[in-house]
Design a protein around this ligand. Structure first.
Ligand code: GLU
Length: 326
């Protein structure tokens, strides 16, 4: 074991807006294995910044489900650590500080567009990203007088100015990626109601928490360019990224509650043992040839990022029935 491997720091950052399902367990397990196999430090961060969607009881249920799975963390909301707090709703001052820095640098502008304006813009043929259609930049062109006039009647959101460029980065699983930053447009860093955006909070937190390696679901792959732009503007160093493919249901749509028996709560209720789920996730990952029960700890020496699939994984009824043991 090398002496400086503990400098490797990873994290799992759930949003407590729904129950943990097998797709989340897959990302959590692989992220934990990546860090544990390097003898690094694993952090748990609760991303409850969207107070309208976050449910406090789900936050504690998520921790409980993760412990049940056999994971542990060196720093987190329940165990503390040197870079806390580890709950986003308690970190607002850090986000405000970053906003101020961006504002002072002239990277932001107020946006007064209503939902209806944005919907109308959405009908125009702009690029699409996980955050919806690209913003056409309407308010970027407002004169200070026009902006002052609008501010009398509406609280603005704050947008980050995106300049057109091709951004490329190496993803540990998805491979070389190249994005045209214009396809997402200027993005929101603070909503009109004051809520800090996921993009800003995640960048500030990963930097403050000295995260070196981010492994998470591929639904966030197209967030990387926005995060890279924020890292750069804030003078921060971006971590290495690896995005694990998503689980798709038999209908070709992302695996979700409606597919049944996929939340950890449901599995636990059905009497599934954690070793059964961990063994199944490892088998799906192609890290074991046979479907055998395994503890999370037993999987540490089996982790090999190069073996992980990079395409979405179809979870057929047959595969699910192997998990349910029928
Ligand atoms: N909180 C995000 C989610 O649950 C994950 C954020 C991240 O890993 O960057 O989807």
């Amino acid at each position: 074991m090398s002496t400086n491997t503990r400098l490797v720091r990873g994290r799992f950052a759930p949003t407590p807006s729904g129950e943990l399902h097998i797709g989340n367990a897959w990302a959590a397990l692989l992220s934990w294995l990546q860090i544990r196999s390097l003898d690094g430090t694993f952090v748990l961060r609760m991303e409850d910044i969207d107070t309208q969607r976050a449910r406090p009881h789900l936050a504690s249920q998520i921790l409980d489900d993760l412990y049940w799975l056999g994971l542990d963390w060196d720093e987190g909301p329940d165990v503390g650590g040197p870079y806390g707090p580890y709950t986003q709703s308690e970190r607002i001052e850090y986000y405000e500080e970053a906003l101020k820095q961006l504002e002072d640098q002239g990277c932001l502008y107020p946006c007064y567009c209503s939902r209806a304006d944005l919907l109308a813009a959405a009908r125009a043929p702009h690029g699409l990203s996980s955050e919806g259609p690209a913003y056409p930049g309407t308010c970027r062109l407002l004169t200070p007088d026009e902006a002052a006039c609008k501010s009398l009647v509406k609280q603005p959101s704050l947008r980050f100015k995106v300049d057109h460029e091709l951004l490329s980065f190496q993803d540990g699983i998805a491979g070389r990626q190249q994005f045209d930053t214009a396809s997402g447009g200027d993005f929101i860093v603070r909503r009109a109601d004051g809520m800090i955006s996921y993009q800003l909070a995640v960048v500030v937190d990963d930097d403050h928490m000295h995260i070196t390696d981010v492994l998470r679901g591929a639904d966030l792959l197209d967030s990387v360019p926005r995060q890279l732009m924020l890292y750069r503007a804030l003078g921060m160093h971006a971590p290495a990224f690896a995005h694990v493919p998503l689980f798709m249901g038999p209908d070709g749509k992302r695996l979700a509650k409606r597919h049944g028996g996929t939340s950890l709560a449901a599995l636990r209720e059905m009497g599934t043992a954690p070793e059964q789920l961990v063994g199944w996730l490892m088998w799906i990952a192609g890290l074991t040839e046979e479907l055998v029960p395994l503890t999370a700890k037993e999987c540490i020496p089996l982790f090999d990022m190069d073996k992980l699939p990079s395409e979405s994984i179809l979870i057929t009824d047959e595969k699910l029935s192997r998990l349910h043991g029928s």
